[in-house]
Design a protein around this ligand. Structure first.
Ligand SMILES: CC(=O)SCCNC(=O)CCNC(=O)[C@H](O)C(C)(C)COP(=O)(O)OP(=O)(O)OC[C@H]1O[C@@H](n2cnc3c(N)ncnc32)[C@H](O)[C@@H]1OP(=O)(O)O
Ligand SMILES: CC(=O)C(=O)O
Length: 548
């Protein structure tokens, strides 16, 4: 059904170059330990990225040690690359203390960045334009003499070329003449636009190829300050670049780098380039999520291709069409990159969403069944009151079973009381809660009480105590997350509260919702449905709504 498959055309091979461990680590809020770096390097290696930039040995002790430790656990296929700058002005490369640790890192490939923009040479480096050319040439020659292969990153290439094309080209010619094997054009400030990137890459290719008399190995490295990093990298490729530098999830200095999780599928699935082995492409989503976990940043649910919502359909019109042919609202088949389709339930839903969800709960329904329309009407009425079922699918499954007459009630609550105290405790205050519940189970009435450091914890404990003898499996249930949202904050203390509660049995998680002007009542609804759903899970094995 999807027109795009995975064409593998060897003559359209690109060299993907990941700099998550170097430029990615320059993102504010991201800090990597050596173990984190090793884990990420091995994941990228498994993904099939041929070049991985590991860091700048010498800039900090961690990067020195990372390269040492990597020797103990080498990569399977990728080349690990060390990164550094050209020598400092006015001293020979062999005497530059920054270059020794680069050699000690022991990589075959070294990426060297140098200045292309006269403004940077004069104001940043505070040296002459000629000395900058000498710094580029000498450093590359020195590294070549040490038997290393060099990728030359032309920092601020596009700004430099626009300011003084002759000088900018002279820096590239110097790098090429000194033995650099790749010339990577960098949009360091991230402000370039696709038409100019395409134009300039094309000009460089034509001019330097004529000069060199042989095809050029050009690369592209883009930043996202103008939200153009991926687009700029794509047009550079169509203009002749064959190395593409970027990072997983677009991590990087300021607004980030070109996101490989978007670039790779665009290049491979849409434009027919070969970036990584096609079978590895299915690891892309897993790689994105694993790396966001390692770096301890919440994954971007709305990230193109790999985000949780990238193939989530909420509008009823969309779901109806996608169920007939996914091509109607999906630009690629999600499984190609290891993601999957999701159907979201909310007041934007139509019967198609309900039928799809029912199927995922193991319930076969048709649009002709009048209870479907009842269910949809109830869903919309409850959402109007503030319930949010897209984030509480366990509650939706219970509602569906209730409307269909299939809901099992494991207990009947006959009432609860919660008592909260705030008492002096030395120089401080101590809060304390006590809950009592009365429930009817199998004809027996049970009264139980429990204490907690808050009213919801006390209520939850009291309910569990009452139910445990009848349902021992409950001992494994616990609350794994509790979120409260005030729905109409302008109503002050009379505002409605929505509680979303995540429960777990240690293997699976499920989410329930409660809404009330009383936060304890809202929490109670979510707690009861959480327990009830957990009991249903124990009986039926698994339910689709619960996620591992
Ligand atoms: C575009 C990029 O992302 S490039 C990578 C940027 N990444 C980083 O900066 C992270 C790692 N950096 C560091 O740990 C430190 O900045 C170091 C170790 C490199 C240098 O630290 P310091 O010696 O204390 O210098 P400081 O950071 O203050 O200034 C940078 C120096 O590098 C010089 N420099 C900048 N670019 C280049 C270059 N391409 N070639 C040579 N020298 C350069 C600057 O002129 C400045 O020199 P100065 O100290 O003589 O004034
Ligand atoms: C080299 C690099 O990171 C840049 O120019 O952005």
């Amino acid at each position: 059904m999807y027109p795009v498959t995975t064409p593998v055309l060897p003559d359209r091979s690109l060299w993907m170059y990941d700099t998550t461990l170097r430029d990615g680590a320059q993102r504010e809020g991201l800090a990597l330990s050596i173990d984190d770096k090793l884990r990420i390097a091995h994941q990228l290696d498994e993904l099939g990225v041929p070049f991985i930039e590991g860091g700048w040995p010498g800039a900090n002790p961690k990067d020195v040690q990372f390269f040492w430790q990597l020797k103990e656990e080498p990569l399977q296929q990728a080349q690990m690359v060390a990164f550094c700058s050209t020598r400092r002005p006015g001293r020979p490369a062999a005497e530059d203390t920054m270059l020794q640790p680069i050699l000690s890192a022991g990589t075959e490939w070294i990426t060297l960045f140098g200045k292309s923009w006269d403004l940077h040479v004069i104001e940043g480096l505070k040296t002459s334009l000629d000395e900058n050319l000498a710094m580029i040439g000498d450093t590359i020659e020195f590294l070549r003499q040490q038997g290393r292969r060099v990728i030359y990153d032309a920092e601020h290439w596009f700004d430099g070329y626009k300011a003084d094309p002759t000088y900018a080209l002279a820096t590239l010619k110097t790098a090429l003449g000194a033995g650099a094997e790749w010339l990577v054009l960098c949009d360091t400030n991230g402000g370039a636009l696709p038409p100019e990137v395409a134009d300039i890459v094309g000009q460089v290719r034509t001019q330097l190829t004529q000069e060199a008399g042989s095809p050029l190995a050009l690369g592209i490295h883009t930043h996202n300050d103008g939200a153009m990093a991926v687009a700029n990298a794509l047009v550079a490729v169509t203009a002749g670049a064959t190395m593409v530098q970027g990072t997983i999830n677009g991590y990087g200095e300021r607004c980030g780098n070109a996101d490989l999780c978007a670039l790779i599928p665009n290049l491979q699935l849409k434009l027919g380039y070969h970036c990584i082995p096609p079978q590895q492409l299915t690891k892309l989503t897993e790689t994105s999520r694993l790396i966001s976990e390692v770096v301890n940043l919440a994954p971007n649910d709305h990230a193109p291709f790999v985000g949780r919502s990238a193939f989530a359909h909420k509008g009823g019109i969309h779901v109806s069409a996608v169920e007939r042919n996914p091509l109607t609202y999906e630009h690629i088949q999600p499984e190609l990159i290891g993601n999957h389709r999701r159907i979201v339930i909310s007041d934007q839903a139509g019967l198609s969403n309900v039928l799809s969800k029912a199927r995922s709960f193991g319930i076969e329904l048709t649009k002709q069944n009048p209870r479907c329309r009842d269910l949809l009407d109830q869903l919309k009425a409850l959402e109007r009151k503030g319930y949010q079922f897209e984030a509480a699918e366990a509650s939706f499954e219970l509602l569906m079973r209730q409307v269909l007459g299939q809901r099992q009630y494991y207990f009947e609550l006959q009432g609860f009381q919660v008592h909260c105290d705030r008492m002096p405790d030395g120089d401080d205050w101590r809060s304390h809660s006590l809950a009592t519940v009365k429930v009817k189970i199998n004809g027996q009435t049970i009264l139980e009480a429990a204490e907690g450091n808050g009213p919801v914890a006390a209520l939850d404990q009291a309910l569990r105590k009452a139910l445990l003898n009848f349902y021992p499996a409950m001992a494994r249930f616990y609350l794994s997350d509790y979120k409260v949202r005030i729905l109409d904050s302008t109503a002050g203390t009379a505002a409605k509260t929505r509680v979303l509660l995540e429960s777990s049995d240690g293997h699976q998680r499920w989410t329930t919702v409660g809404v009330s002007t009383n936060i304890i009542e809202a929490s109670y609804q979510a707690v009861v449905e959480g327990l009830e759903y957990g009991l249903m899970l124990q009986e039926t094995g698994t339910a689709q709504t619960a996620s591992p």
